[in-house]
Design a protein around this ligand. Structure first.
Ligand SMILES: Cc1cc2nc3c(=O)[nH]c(=O)nc-3n(C[C@H](O)[C@H](O)[C@H](O)COP(=O)(O)O)c2cc1C
Length: 221
């Protein structure tokens, strides 16, 4: 993957600080090669055991966008933005055949046969030990991928908005996942070109929610 240089990519600290949750987007399309770059940077995110237990759906079709917006309390960002990434999480991914994951890591040389054999035991054991937290753990991975998307988009001149305001069953129906009882929706992220400036609503002082060693021992900076 090569970084597209039509805009100077922002460095990570600058992208973090410049990012705002954008509520109004232009209808301008995202060039296909830029969208592909965003997708590749999104799935470059880490995941537990590298199982990549997300399903990412790029909602671009006008009728699909309208249905997804309706499933999201009619939030208009989804209609306006050229694409909304739906981040779904598969809590059962770790119990499925992970051969493609192992083969890829053997190819790159990152893992050897010993590592793979260890994971063949460890992953099912770990997944089983999670019990009813499997869904929560899969959602963690999907949210980390969504965060990669948001910062990569900002770096490359695009804007985003994390979205929690939707009804899960309705979103699942829109993406064609109603028949999968396990699949969880983690977050929605419209991506496009901002049609508004938006100010930073600010953050609490560090001492409010950053502690040293134990909670309640505020970090003073
Ligand atoms: C997990 C999550 C869910 C959110 N859901 C929505 C949403 O459904 N609709 C919306 O307009 N903004 C949503 N937001 C945006 C927040 O309102 C916004 O991040 C917050 O006000 C801070 O503003 P900033 O992102 O510009 O720093 C969400 C943010 C996060 C992190």
């Amino acid at each position: 993957m090569s970084v597209i240089t039509q805009t100077q990519a922002l460095d990570v600290p600058s992208a973090i600080l410049k990012r705002r949750s954008i509520k109004t987007f232009k209808s301008d399309p995202i060039a296909p090669e830029l969208l592909k770059q965003l997708v590749e940077l999104t799935v470059a995110a880490p995941s537990s055991f590298n199982i990549q237990d997300w399903q990412i759906i790029l909602v671009q079709d006008e009728a699909q966008k309208a249905a997804l917006s309706a499933a999201s309390w009619n939030q208009q960002q989804i209609i306006q933005a050229p694409v909304t990434f739906v981040f779904a999480a598969d809590p059962k991914a770790g119990e499925q055949d992970l051969t493609p994951v192992y083969e890829r890591a053997l190819e790159t040389g990152a893992w050897n046969e010993g590592t793979v054999n260890y994971f063949k035991n460890a992953i099912p054991q770990f997944q089983a030990s999670l019990g009813d937290k499997q869904r929560e753990y899969a959602i963690k991975d999907a949210i980390i991928a969504a965060t990669h998307l948001v910062l990569a988009a900002e770096s490359l001149g695009l804007s985003t908005c994390f979205m929690n305001g939707w009804i899960e069953d309705q979103v699942k129906a829109v993406i064609g996942a109603s028949e999968d009882p396990d699949l969880a929706i983690a977050v929605l992220v419209p991506v496009g070109y901002a049609a508004e400036p938006r100010l930073n609503p600010g953050r609490l002082p560090l001492s409010a929610n950053v502690s040293v060693d134990r909670i309640g021992n505020p970090y003073q900076g």
